[in-house]
Design a protein around this ligand. Sequence first.
Ligand code: GLN
Length: 487
Amino acid sequence: MANRTIIELNNKIEQKTITPSQILQECSQEIDRAEDELNAFVTVLPKESLEAAKKSGKRAELGKRLSKLDGIPVGIKDVFCTKGIRTTASSKMLDDFIPIYDATVVKKITDAGAVMIGKNNCDAWAHGASTENSDYGVTKNPWDLSRVPGGSSGGSAAAVAAGECLFSIGSDTGGSIRQPAGFCGVVGLKPTYGRVSRYGLIAMGSSLDCVGPIAMTTEDVALILEVIAGHDEKDATSLNLPVPKYSDKLTKSIKGKKIGWVNEFYETGLNDEIIKALEAVREVYASLGADFIEIKLPHAKYSIPVYYLIQPAEVSSNLGRYDGIKYGHSAAKSENLIDHYFRSRDEGLGAEAKRRIMLGTFVLSAGYYDAYYKKAMQVRTLIKQDFEKAFESVDIILAPVAPTTAFKIGEKVDNPLQMYLADVFTAMVNLSGNPALSLPCAFDKQKLPIGMQLIGKHFEEETVLNFGHQYEKATEKVVWRNNKTVI
Ligand code: GLN
């Protein structure tokens, strides 16, 4: 199913030239062929997906399809609770955890008729930028098997790029949808914080976590967002705002619209080929009649230190519940209750989770709270205000997704600080809460995809998607999807 889109398959199901079971079969063949090498899934669901596809086929025959996603295979990042289906967060701590309820996003997607084909691999607890932190092995990049797919939603992006499913649902706390989408040459959206319910998402950083889709095109992403967005009474941070029909707004002209360009982004450590690619994007938008305005985000340069103080603080709190007693890994032997906590957590959690718990506990501790956590929260406000000010004069901001293209497996794994820098263009958007789309715009000399990022105003996903779609339409001649992945 590589190089096909949801829109295309939806039309074929409607015209009865393909059935959901046939689509599933093709995706399953890709999984059989590629999975040993790729490792994009922790769990594959052959029985459940077959049954769901058959039911979807019946609905199609009766002309009673539930939505355009009805019969379309989807991968779900293994950080979303799925009723009766193992959910590990790619950590041994939850190796045998079987949730008793569905995350809201899973419920919405399956209620719309999509066929869950499996649970995607990711960095354990979504901590990482390469999917090397998974306790279930690294996922490889389908464009070059010696490289990482990005992270933490690396399995989700790799599975879509390799045609193992047509779309996937990921989570983005500091870039985890957009960066892997960029590394794998697919499209990923981090919606505005509060746009999509987080209920049933295994929490990483609760004030930063966003749930969003990964697919082959912006059109497909718009379609998925229509299904998953909206208020959920089970998530107090989800907003009660109407959900626009995103797919109707894609074709609006962007003539006369203003795009923000941040010179500082191109001055520090950004790979030359990415700079050239973004300059070429600029020309495409200029040819569509959009104007570029130079803007400043003076506090963006603090986003990595700020993110790596606030996020571990929230991680240390959210991971506190894994004590070896309520659920999750429980040590086989222990001396007493306290010892049991220590052993269960020591055995169940990996090095990266431990690093973040220690850092987070430290910055929240008396004596250091004011100097680190509180200060970071103050700078977070300044970063948010920078965006608000910028959006007084522009409709959207164009930015890189990551400072490099997909790096080699093992290259940064022993150097957490280097790994953290992979989030330099994405984490600031989680701190400010804005929506942002990552989509492929070029290839580097090594034939690895280069991503671009479109950042929008709060709750203006439609603008971000509109700009993404206009770019895809304008550049159809050099379309990335015609290139074959290696897997
Ligand atoms: N790479 C970032 C981190 O390690 C982002 C992770 C995420 O968005 N889940 O924290």
